[in-house]
Design a protein around this ligand. Structure first.
Ligand code: ZN
Ligand code: ZN
Ligand code: FE
Length: 762
């Protein structure tokens, strides 16, 4: 509500809620108010920023409110602005006044790449921050990863151990300075310093960042401390150095991320469209997956895309001055969390350590996005995006606080309070005990930062997930939400779908625990926030060997062949890559129905088809490797597809690919090129979705389709399906600020808990 306030005798109290602290908001208000000749004050408050305005050049406050939205500092994010009439106090000037501590939901900014002003300073020999790698200002620099607790003051960050020098202190205290109240403010006199250590002996090597760059040029592997943790770094164009990183990380084929000095260098190796350029250069600086232009050996074998980022810390910019392109992959032992301190076992991974003495409070991996039809598709959401708040639709809001712990693989956790959800950074797979430590670390960090005392905890339905057991021990009400249903709810909440609206939710992934105890993963639901009905699913096939079948695509190929031809199906030349007796043992396993649970997984269907086409590895090193190879070879050269049959005899449609597999085998035998087969397979899935959507419209009057689950990281499938659905008049919702993978389960879990809490009592 906006009261009309006119004339000099009127005053207004304005409260601004959002990411407005620690981002230069108060000096911005100070300058704006003065330029419009307002008197009064601005201060940080528990919920954001509070402003008292009176006087002014023009009657009313509209010019101020408009400029507030239009000219706000780059790192700020305004959620709401409230204006109230206030008593006229005859202030003589406009001031920034001291904050009072509050117990609200204060948002802090994610970590932001060095701004152009700061980068210019470190390149200007006359500046006192010339070549200083920790230069930052209110518009840029570390935030989330250096905060220990709130309020966001220097003493509560990892800069607490660096008392400001007089020069820094005067910038910090001057409202017109770019560094006014920049908590991480530092300079060569008072701030953190880098040093190089020889791995193992920890001998100090002189020469700073220039020396580090020289060591990299000479083929050495360095661990480099950045913002959210250490990278392992080497010259990307030195195959032997790349090979060494692969060896220490125990990664034969998993793609390695690159850091390019600038867009020009990146453009030599990858195709960069307008949207890609924007994301590469954005202040959050994610790794962007780009179509390869020129392959670099050992970086992203067998894949069509390669991940590139631009320097984000000033330290990176200095390191890359004489190095065009480096590998910058997170420093961790296989599947363990990114290291944030040199005491976590770095010496075994590298030759030298380029470190510094500003501690990292919270680790955060680099975020990874690709661009699908002009919009981001998050592969991993971490540094640069956490902890942005997610507003919850009006009808779902509750005064209760909710904690959601996600699933188990690619986990995140989410907290809800006062109408907003904050989702953590990607925490990795919790079946690795070191990640469980990371999970607990982040849980207590988020609860401390946002002052969370949960009334309810939400987890997956899976009884044996570590998160489920953890929640059971918390002593508060514990709600469990089926995996794929939680998947569907996440984009609904993200896009502000109001309670009561029904959607067709399509959740396709590798595995989730089903309500019947089976392994689900090719699921269709009629759903709203409160309830769901399983509208359809892929017909179950055997998962011979259980978990092994999720890593060895040939097992799924055998399973689908058996499904399509019966138990005496003939073998195919493609199985020749395996040892003789292996396929026999697996066939027997299925015949006797031992170690062969049933699955409706879409991910496993991709594995089978990829293997039959002869492009899948015998053993996958990382999730979806076989599927990614199949996507990589698919082209848009044919509109044909395979026959997928819908069995509609019961209330739940069973979808069978038996005929499709027979047609694929026929195509393979007649010499149809694999790219055509891969394309026809993608087309078949897109058409299946349209058929199911048409049915949802006919039977349920549903016209909104949600596409989610790890399978929809497949850009070709996502773009194709979205286009077809829109052509048929459907609204399509898919995750844009979150990953479609299990990373967004915790967000969906919050949605379901809120629906139960906000439901009017009968
Ligand atoms: Zn800056
Ligand atoms: Zn200083
Ligand atoms: Fe999933």
């Amino acid at each position: 509500m906006r009261p009309t306030l006119t004339g000099e005798e009127k005053a207004a109290r304005i409260t601004v809620f959002g990411v407005v602290q620690g981002v230069g908001f108060r000096p911005f208000i100070f300058r704006l108010a003065r330029s419009l000749r307002y008197k009064g004050w601005v201060k940080n408050a528990g919920f954001g920023v509070e402003i008292h305005l009176e006087g002014g050049r023009k009657p009313g406050f509209d010019n101020f409110l408009k400029a507030l939205q239009k000219e706000k500092p780059p790192l700020s994010r305004i959620e709401t602005v409230k204006v109230k009439a206030a008593a006229f106090r005859k202030f003589k000037d406009f001031r920034i006044v001291k904050s009072r501590a509050g117990a609200g939901f204060v948002f802090i900014s994610p970590d932001i790449a060095a701004c152009t002003d700061c980068l210019e300073e470190i390149r200007a020999p006359r500046e006192r921050r010339f070549r200083y790698p920790f230069t930052n200002c209110t518009n840029c620099g570390p935030r989330y990863t250096i905060v220990r607790s709130l309020p966001y003051d220097r003493s509560e960050t990892t800069m607490a151990g660096f008392p400001m020098c007089p020069d820094c202190a005067s910038e910090y205290d001057s409202p017109l300075d770019r560094r006014y109240h920049a908590q991480p403010i530092a300079c060569p006199v008072c701030g953190p310093q880098v040093r190089i250590l020889k791995a193992g002996t920890r001998k100090i090597i002189e020469g700073g960042i220039g020396k580090a760059a020289e060591l990299i040029r000479r083929g050495k592997v360095l661990a480099v401390k950045g913002i959210g943790g250490f990278h392992l770094v080497c010259d990307a164009l030195n195959p032997r150095a790349v090979e060494r990183i692969r060896r220490v990380k125990q990664r034969r084929t998993k793609p390695l991320a690159l850091m390019a000095r600038d867009l020009g260098i990146a453009g030599r190796y990858a195709w960069i469209g307008r949207a890609e350029r924007e994301w590469l250069a954005s202040p959050s600086r994610p790794i962007v997956l780009l179509k390869k232009k020129k392959d670099i050996p050992g970086i992203a074998p067998h894949l069509g895309e390669t991940g590139i980022m631009l320097p984000y810390a000033p330290l990176h910019s200095l390191l890359l001055e004489n190095l065009p392109l480096i590998v910058a992959t997170s420093s961790n032992i296989k599947d363990a969390p990114i290291m944030k301190s040199e005491e976590e076992g770095l010496d075994n991974l590298c030759d030298y350590i380029l470190t510094h003495n500003r501690p990292i409070a919270t680790r955060a991996d680099d975020s990874v996005v690709k661009i699908a039809a002009g919009s981001p598709l998050f592969v991993r959401r971490a540094r640069g995006y956490v902890p942005y708040p997610q507003p919850v639709p009006e009808g779902l809001r509750s005064s209760a606080q909710v904690l959601a712990l996600g699933g188990e693989l690619k986990d995140t956790l989410s907290v809800y309070k006062n109408g907003y959800v904050v989702t953590s950074q990607f925490l990795g797979d919790l079946d690795e005990y070191r990640n469980l430590g990371y999970f607990e670390e982040t849980l207590s960090h988020l609860c401390r930062l946002f002052d969370i005392r949960p009334d309810v905890v939400v987890t997956d339905l899976h009884p044996d997930f570590r998160t489920t057991r953890f929640a059971a021990g918390m002593g508060i009400p514990h709600l469990r939400v089926q995996h794929h249903y939680a998947h569907v709810l996440a984009p609904m909440l993200e896009h502000g779908v109001e309670p009561g609206k029904k959607v067709l939710g399509i959740a396709w992934d590798g595995y989730g625990y089903g309500e019947d105890g089976k392994a689900w993963g090719g699921e269709f639901f009629y759903a709203d926030y409160l309830s769901h009905v399983r509208a359809g699913h892929f017909k179950e096939v055997a998962l011979p060997g259980g978990d092994l079948a999720a890593r060895q695509p040939w097992r799924m190929a055998l399973s689908y062949l058996r499904e399509s031809y019966g138990s005496n199906f003939p073998s195919l030349p493609v199985f020749g890559v395996l040892e003789k007796n292996k396929t026999g043992a697996v066939r027997e396993m299925m015949d006797k129905a031992v170690h062969s649970p049933l699955t409706s997984s879409c991910g496993r269907l991709f594995d089978a088809v990829s293997f039959l086409c002869g492009i899948a590895p015998v053993e996958m090193e990382f999730e979806a490797e076989a599927a990614m190879r199949l996507e990589a070879v698919a082209t848009a050269t044919t509109l044909k597809s395979y026959d997928v049959s819908l069995n509609e005899t019961g209330p739940t449609v069973r979808i069978s690919f038996e005929e499709a597999v027979r047609q694929i085998i026929k195509d393979l035998k007649s010499g149809t090129p694999v790219p055509i087969i891969a394309t026809k397979f993608h087309n078949s899935l897109a058409r299946l979705i349209v058929r199911m959507a048409d049915k949802a419209r006919k039977d349920m009057e549903i016209s909104t389709v949600v596409l989610v689950g790890g399978v929809f990281l497949n850009k070709k499938l996502l773009v194709l399906t979205t286009r077809l659905l829109k052509k048929h008049g459907f609204e399509v919702l898919r995750p844009v600020s979150y990953s479609p993978s299990d990373e967004s389960l915790s967000l969906g879990q919050v949605a379901h808990a809120l629906a139960g809490l906000s439901r009017p009592k009968a």
